[in-house]
Design a protein around this ligand. Structure first.
Ligand code: SF4
Length: 222
């Protein structure tokens, strides 16, 4: 496993972000000593205690397919300051529920809808907008966002009004999504900036490229 440091310089706000991969703690401490005080940011897998759930509706424990409408979404968590889930510094909305079930999935805890909380779309948007002064964009991932096309379309519509750059990860390919001929999916695909598509394929994990888990996945600017 290679070790690398990536420096992201933001002279307009006087900030240096250092992306660290497989780097010994002593080196990180030395670096912090040279650069000054540090703030730890999230990575692709923030600690579970970073989980944020604005619980506005009662969680159902009886069914994996509870009653929902387009104004509420099954949410696993929200986290902020990710620099690995799309370009720049992003807030991440991680939905719960995935019907695809890729072998080797890194987030099996998101597969069951009932592991998340049915949450109002407006509360999610409020949480994201409150962070927008430090954001380059927002990413919606899962779970599988397109297993909830109506609520995700509502979410995208509201985020759009705030002019945020929107990235979505899906385990479906863009061809499969278009082929479903679902008006909500069509709306989403025409109102986001970047789609990262396709299922995670364990055997194609090496050299996947920026923001992707396996080589079959594509970055599609929309
Ligand atoms: S689509 Fe995503 S969340 Fe679903 S099983 Fe595949 S990698 Fe995991």
């Amino acid at each position: 496993m290679s070790k690398e440091l990536v420096f992201v310089l933001e002279p307009d706000v006087g900030r240096v972000t250092v992306e660290i991969s497989q780097t010994p703690t002593s080196s990180v401490d030395d670096l912090a000593g040279d650069l000054g005080g540090r703030v730890n940011l999230n990575c692709a897998k923030p600690a579970e205690n970073k989980r944020y759930l604005p619980v506005l509706q009662t969680r159902s424990t009886k069914s994996d397919h509870p009653e929902a409408d387009d104004f509420s979404i099954w949410l696993y968590r929200i986290y902020h300051d990710s620099v690995v889930d799309g370009p720049g510094r992003r807030s991440v909305i991680q939905v719960s529920g995935c019907s695809i079930r890729c072998i080797g999935c890194h987030v099996p805890q998101t597969h069951q809808r009932a592991n998340g909380t049915l949450t109002s779309v407006h509360s999610i948007v409020d949480e994201i907008v409150a962070q927008r002064h430090i954001l380059d964009g927002v990413t919606i991932l899962g779970g599988e966002p397109f297993d909830q096309p109506g609520p995700v379309a509502e979410l995208v519509s509201r985020l759009n009004r705030h002019g945020l750059h929107i990235t979505i990860y899906s385990g479906y390919t863009v061809e499969e999504l278009i082929g479903r001929k679902d008006p909500n999916i069509d709306f989403v695909l025409t109102h986001i900036d970047l789609l990262i598509d396709g299922p995670f394929q364990l055997q194609l994990g090496q050299g996947a490229g920026e923001y992707r888990g396996s080589r079959n996945q594509k970055l599609i600017g929309l």
